[in-house]
Design a protein around this ligand. Structure first.
Ligand code: ZN
Length: 394
């Protein structure tokens, strides 16, 4: 364990592994507790995404009722609209969106590369055109950190250059080296005393690049380690191999590990088994707005006419506002009529299902039954990986 790896303790974020992985190597899953300025996050944990300082269709009271303990907000989107300085003037992101539990902001790196037009990457930063109005902007590590300090989330993230997993090796190597230089600059620029800072591991699907990136980022004084550049166009087997390489390199590191962008229950379970503690994704909410409701063992497509006479709840025993009050028939009607309530109720349910699934995983870890209960948890998660789920409900 390096000095850098332990220097975060007692500062803004404190992470304790409550149940470490068993010595027999049957799983790398672990139970943990992350203390942040606005509250405690039990891990493994999923973070719903509030892109524009709102989880689409939900009020903060709805988000709380899903069981969420931390949400993610997008730096790129909030920088462009309504502007980080305006949010700072209005008292910061927590006050602006009326959410008093933990928030993590991403660095904007992913959106700059995936949404911005005419982007030019140089060693100092990225110049891009806004996807909203075509105006020209520039993000550097220092600027990303300044924007995130103005937003004031509990956790900020170092500025990185993500690339598509299937990119050629020289492209991945170049972006990974630049991500390392930007990690050091992000760390040097960060000064806000009530905000943690996580670094990002890149390295694509190449085992050597992935391992050396994990070792490099772990050598810096971040409060947590993000595993970036996955949940893209890789196969589940490629993703799992890359996670194994990164987690092996972090094996004795005491900080939380956050795999960015993964969201289907089946995918979350496999990543937890490989040692990942934190996740975020728009997937549960996005498929909900398309009428796909996650239930134990699979999914229901509420746009299907067979539900129009179905008086049963979407999921028997689910505590969400949809299942406790309304029938499948009513939700199917709302979707057909394009009523706004459909989006709220469906999103409440899918996030409740996802966060309850993480709770089931934590309960198994606490009880010491985790590797043994994997088959049962896999059945509950259902068969679909994230990409399949997104495509089929698109
Ligand atoms: Zn429900």
């Amino acid at each position: 364990m390096t000095d850098a790896a332990t220097s975060f303790r007692g500062r803004v974020a404190r992470y304790d592994v409550l149940v470490p992985p068993p010595a027999d190597g049957s799983t790398r899953a672990r139970l943990g507790r992350l203390e942040l300025p606005h509250g405690v996050v039990d891990t493994p944990q999923f973070m719903p995404v509030g892109t524009n300082a709102t989880v689409k269709a939900l009020d903060p009271l709805d988000i709380e009722a899903t069981g969420a303990s931390i949400i993610l907000a997008n730096t790129y989107h909030l920088y462009l609209r309504p502007g980080h300085e305006r949010i700072a003037r209005l008292g910061g992101l927590h006050r602006f969106m009326s959410w008093d539990r933990p928030i993590l902001t991403d660095s904007g790196g992913f959106q700059v590369v995936s949404l911005g037009d005419l982007r030019v990457v140089d060693d100092d930063g990225v110049t891009f055109r806004s996807h909203l109005d075509g105006s020209v902007h520039r993000f550097t590590p220092e600027h990303s950190i300044a924007v995130q300090e103005a937003l004031g989330a509990d956790v900020a993230v170092a500025f990185d250059q993500p690339v598509t997993p299937s990119s050629p090796l020289d492209v991945v190597a170049d972006a990974t080296a630049r991500t390392h230089r930007w990690a050091e600059r992000s760390l040097a620029a960060h000064g806000r005393g009530d905000q943690a800072l996580f670094g990002i591991v890149q390295g694509g699907l190449d085992p050597n690049l992935r391992a050396s990136s994990a070792a490099f980022i772990a050598g810096l004084g971040f409060d947590g380690i993000c595993i970036g550049g996955l949940a893209g166009d890789e196969t589940p087997a490629q993703r799992e191999a890359a996670i194994d390489v990164a987690v092996s390199a972090l094996a004795k590191d005491p900080r939380p590990r956050y795999l960015m962008g993964l969201g289907s229950p089946a995918d979350l379970l496999e990543a937890v088994d490989r040692g990942v503690d934190l996740f975020d994704s728009v997937l549960p909410a996005r498929v909900a707005r398309n009428g796909t409701l996650w239930v134990p063992g699979g999914k229901l497509n509420l746009r299907n006419s067979r539900f129009l006479d179905d008086a049963a709840p979407v999921q028997e025993g689910c505590p969400c506002p949809l299942c406790t009050r309304f029938s499948r028939a009513y939700l199917a009607h709302l979707f057909r009529a394009r009523e706004l309530l459909a989006y709220r109720l469906a999103t409440c349910h899918n996030l409740t299902f996802t966060l309850d699934f993480m709770l089931r995983i934590r309960s198994a870890l606490r009880a010491g039954t985790f590797p043994a209960s994997l088959p049962e948890l896999r059945l509950h998660a259902g068969p679909l990986s994230g990409r399949e789920a997104a495509e089929k409900s698109a």
